[in-house]
Design a protein around this ligand. Structure first.
Ligand code: SAM
Length: 379
């Protein structure tokens, strides 16, 4: 899964080595901003300590929990039959599926295919939230209905359910017709129409099977846990024996604006009200982070570091060295942390980093920058 600010690449470029060197000295690893959970998975799969993954968004903690809350690989072959095949059978006998299939035999006119898809997906469905909210926009009618049947038929057993839900989240991020994330769907213009057809041509069932098999094969050594909340609210649970990983947002735009489609899947309520071209749920339904608000980010960072210092935990912190769009910078992080911590590692990784929300019309979507990997030990 592609994720803004993901540390997947950095794990093989300095971060993984530092974590592996440090982690043996601690009783627990706490990933305070777990995102696509690559770091949580990495630690849980390779070390004999539990991982606690925290994020504001439920899709993130679902992805983390699907791996770190299990201590054995799972044989997913039975689930393919009892979940994916069963969902497909129910879907295939529905009226909306037949209409969606007919519509997909469209001519070469992408604009009318998209327009008619939006019309079709305005028919009320009680199956799940995706059809009415995102069908004809982020997903084809066939894809939207498929996701709804997959969500409706999730297993009831908690271990199986979280695996299947995580497989849906990963698959949706692979199928979605939008550039890299889910802030705006592609529109059927001369330039972007082909991207809609490419995305809408992807089969959610096949993707879910692949993602289910991938996730089922992964597991922790020691059972971990997840919390969906503001990192600030769990600081009193931290201990001196914790190694805390901090990879906060560096964008002035909220993650919940970019990933609302995945959040809708993770929450899996029967329906969701959406608005505008981006099909956003109401602001009250989209978690807001002080770290993505330029006016609040400095105070939030300081509060976080003081809170962790009070608990006596050690921190590995990653952040771009230069100023980012939320007004923070790696140098500022070092300045603030130095008051309570000894800075014991300060490595700079050079690369092309996403500007998170930039696009090629106004500013470069990726720009050359360097990102710091910092180790803060309490004084
Ligand atoms: C840079 S991403 C983390 C990427 C992650 N390390 C990875 O490798 O995939 C930042 C994450 O912080 C989360 N977030 C933002 N504010 C938060 C807060 N106050 N508490 C917890 N999580 C927060 C966002 O939802 C986002 O997933």
């Amino acid at each position: 899964m592609k994720y803004m600010g993901s540390k997947r690449a950095m794990l093989t470029n300095g971060l993984g080595t530092l974590i592996s060197k440090e982690v043996n000295n601690y009783a627990r690893f706490v990933d305070l901003f777990s995102g696509a959970s690559f770091v949580s998975w990495f630690v849980a799969e390779n070390n004999q300590i539990p991982v606690l993954a925290i994020d504001l968004q439920k899709y993130s903690t679902t992805l983390a929990g699907a791996v770190i809350s299990r201590t054995q690989a799972f044989d997913s072959s039975a689930l393919v039959e009892s979940w994916i095949t069963k969902s497909a059978k129910k879907r295939n006998s529905s009226k909306l599926w037949k209409k969606s299939r007919e519509l997909s035999k469209h001519g070469s006119d992408i604009a009318s295919y998209v327009h008619e898809s939006r019309e079709l997906c305005s028919i009320k469905s009680k199956i799940g939230p995706i059809w009415n909210a995102y069908g004809g926009h982020y997903f084809s009618p066939e894809q939207a209905l498929t996701f709804d049947y997959l969500l409706e038929n999730l297993p009831t057993n908690e271990e199986e359910r979280i695996l299947c839900l995580a497989a849906c989240i990963s698959s949706a991020s692979e199928c979605v017709a939008s550039p890299g994330h889910t802030a705006q769907p592609f529109q059927p213009t001369v330039g972007a129409g082909k991207f809609i057809l490419e995305s809408w041509g992807k089969d959610p069932l096949a993707r879910c099977k692949i993602n289910l098999e991938f996730l089922s094969g992964k597991h922790a050594f020691v059972k971990g846990d997840t919390i969906t909340d503001d990192a600030q609210n769990i600081l009193n649970q931290l201990r001196p024996t914790d190694l805390v990983f901090i990879d906060p947002p560096y964008s002035g735009v909220q993650y919940s604006r970019f990933y609302h489609v995945l959040e809708t899947i993770a929450r899996n309520t029967k329906s969701v009200n959406v608005d505008g071209v981006g099909r956003y749920p109401a602001l009250t339904e989209r978690p807001q982070s002080k770290f993505s608000n330029k006016g609040q980010s400095f105070a939030a960072l300081k509060e976080l570091l003081v809170g962790i210092a009070n608990q006596g935990s050690t921190i590995i912190f990653t952040f771009p060295s230069d100023e980012t769009s939320n007004g923070l910078s790696g140098d500022l992080v070092i300045d603030i942390a130095s008051e309570w911590f000894n800075v014991q590692n300060n490595t700079s990784i050079h690369g092309n980093f996403s500007t998170l929300g930039g696009n090629n019309d106004n500013r470069d979507a990726r720009k050359k920058s360097s990102e710091l990997i910092l180790l803060f030990k309490p004084r």
